[in-house]
Write a new protein. Sequence first.
Length: 358
Amino acid sequence: MANTAEPIGALGRSAERHAPAPGRMRDPRYKSLAWLSDLAGNLVLTAVLGLIAITNRLTMRRPGTRPDGDPLSAANAVQDDASMCQPPDTIMLIHGLWLTPRGWEHWIPHYRQAGYQVLAPAYPGLEVEVEELRSDPSPIGRLTIDETVDHYESLIRTLPSPPILIGHSFGATVVQLMLDRGLGAVGVAINSVPVKGVRVTPLPQVKAALPVIGHVSNRRTAIPVTFEQFRYAFVNACTEDESRAAYERYHVPAPGRIVWDGVLANFSAHPAPEANLAAKAGKAPLLFIASAQDRLMSPSVNHSNYQHYAGRSRAIVAYREFPGRSHFTLVEPGWQKVADFALDWARRPTAFDRNTHA
């Protein structure tokens, strides 16, 4: 039996007026154009969701909660107040995506010579060398944000006193999450992936992220980048020889789930909690370091992340930008200046907002 129902309301009448004529819908050319239009729209939507997810999914857990949302005991919500009064004697370095702790190989002895115990733990399950991860990247593809962040929380809680936390890229995001959980004496975020609420997305960042967000199938895989992609996103301030040497020594695939879980979280019935950056006593100091030529996490992204804190937290928050440096500033010539500035500030935190540093 034919459907004789009439369109209901103004919306139905509008749809009826704008619907294509029946003969046109049967035209194969019209169907092809419609299919291409839908495909293009889906690709654009996928890319936009992926970029928004990097901001929206990497959010902070409310202080005093476990991963499942249950409250922590008062004793575990923050580390012991007495230990917080002691100068930190330990530094924990947290690496970013497409990298391993090897990326800190210059910084580790440098800080040990300064008298610190230095820890540079890998992401869970990735406690092997670069070459082995390249030959078998399957452990990388299984990693999630929550698993990675909880891994570092458990490591920090085993320490006798709160450490200085220094992170690079996604590792800098982990630093922010640790401070939000009441862990760490002071934090330094270098070329950080932003937390929720930071919505600046420059065009070079879109291009740099395309290897991940370009295909939904990347969600459950370990995603490598080519040398050309690595040079564009990570070491664009280096010579070609320096860039190739860095790629061959440090690059490993990255976990697609860390990005794509964020895309799916936008449709989840139980999304991650809002970032809690409300001012509260005892929040540890936090320094943002940006690289002026960073295409992956540009200075505008890092400065917006800094401003996200500066307007809400009573803690000491600072921002410093280094000219002539790219995303992988840890190994570029002159890395000592960045390493020394980070440690000097961590010893004596001071609030400031300076866009350049000679």
